[in-house]
Design a protein around this ligand. Structure first.
Ligand code: TYM
Length: 343
């Protein structure tokens, strides 16, 4: 039985990149009988951006509701909030004592902050030590597989390195995990063509109401191809997103783009031919329709969970109990190897 683990930071309602890049692949793995899954909300990680407390509460619920909406079965998987498992930050400290400074100096999140001009007084130690906490998340549960988007690959490499270094000094204490990056959804583009990310304000949130989604999609910049002329699929984010949401839609959508017609089979010089034109507005509608169709059930379940916060809370509390049981076993091993305990 392989142990799968992954987490999501509560920095907002999960966007399409989170859903396709992390939530759905993890939920799919969790449904296999030869896998045992640990899925969590990385609320301690979100503290590096010092969120407003009310916002953090709301966003933690939004992430929990998204997991459940996407099909996570809390009876089958261990589903918890990171901060409910004190073994994790404890292990984080332990790991930080064998983590070389040089390794963290090369970590993207910290380097990016410096590149954006932040000074040493503006960057907090939490951001710097972010990869250590992430290593603790993973190593505390003896995870075999960690499904993540491409942007987290470096963090996984740091985790593997941390485990190896510790093992070298103290014996075979940690299991060295593998990253699982799905080749098809390595990086979901945002509405402006860059990677979809809350920090670029280019996200599409499939749990938003249709009006809000449409407003976001409508804002996508397109070229000035005249109505009825072929559209280029190359580098087109509307095309990429629609296909990422509904892979089966790709051939028919590609035909609509290259013919500039909604129904390419309808031909003839009828007077009203322009009613059959397929322009950028139609490409945008296709994206909205794909999102609404594919996530119809998930959107309904999301609404249920966000309007029943007590049920959510119960579910997370129950999950934390299970999680602590597993993490405690690993910590016992770690503490014994370090000489922190007598057993
Ligand atoms: P976070 O919260 O930024 O993102 C959650 C997951 O979504 C993936 N993702 C994407 N995938 C495809 N395309 C995109 N545009 C896109 N944007 C985000 C991320 O790769 C990630 O898998 N540090 C982590 C959270 C974390 C974690 C862990 C993950 C904390 N501890 C332990 C795995 C294991 C993070 O910030 O992800």
């Amino acid at each position: 039985v392989k142990r799968v683990l992954t987490g999501i930071k509560p920095t907002g309602v999960p966007h399409l990149g989170n859903v396709l890049g992390a939530i759905l692949p993890a939920v799919e793995l969790a449904q296999r009988s030869d896998h045992e899954s640990f899925l969590f909300i990385a609320d301690l990680h979100s503290l590096t951006v010092r969120p407003d407390p009310e916002a953090l509460r709301a966003q933690t619920r939004a992430v929990a509701a998204s997991w459940l909406a996407c099909g996570l079965d809390p009876e089958r998987v261990v589903f918890y909030r990171q901060s409910d498992v004190p073994e994790i930050p404890k292990l984080s400290w332990i790991l930080s004592c064998s983590m070389p400074l040089g390794l963290l100096n090369r970590a993207h999140s910290f380097k990016d902050a410096l590149a954006k001009g932040a000074t040493a007084d503006e960057v907090n130690v939490g951001l710097y030590a972010y990869p250590v906490l992430m290593a603790a998340d993973i190593l505390a549960f003896d995870a075999d597989l960690v499904p993540v988007g491409k942007d987290q690959k470096q963090h996984l490499e740091i985790t593997q390195e941390a485990a190896r270094r510790f093992n070298l000094r103290y014996g075979e204490v940690f299991k060295v995990p593998d990253a699982v990056v799905d080749a098809d959804v390595m990086t979901i583009p945002g509405l402006d063509g860059r990677k979809m990310s809350k920090s670029y304000d280019n996200t599409l949130v499939v749990f938003d109401d249709e009006k809000t989604m449409w407003k976001r999609i409508k804002s996508v910049a397109t070229d000035s191809t005249p109505y009825g002329e072929p559209l280029s699929t190359e580098d087109d984010v509307l095309f990429q997103l629609t296909c990422a949401i509904q892979p089966d839609r790709r051939p028919s959508l590609a035909r609509q783009y290259t013919t500039g017609r909604k129904n390419p089979e309808l031909s003839g010089p009828e007077r009203d031919e322009s009613a059959n034109y397929f322009g950028w507005g139609d490409a945008k509608k296709a994206l909205l329709q794909a999102a609404v169709e594919r996530f119809a059930e998930a959107r309904e379940r999301y609404r249920h969970w966000t309007t029943h916060p007590d049920e959510l809370e119960d579910c997370l509390r129950h999950g934390a109990e299970k999680a602590r049981h597993f993490a405690r076993a690993v910590l016992d091993r770690v503490e014994a190897s370090l000489g922190l305990s007598w057993i």
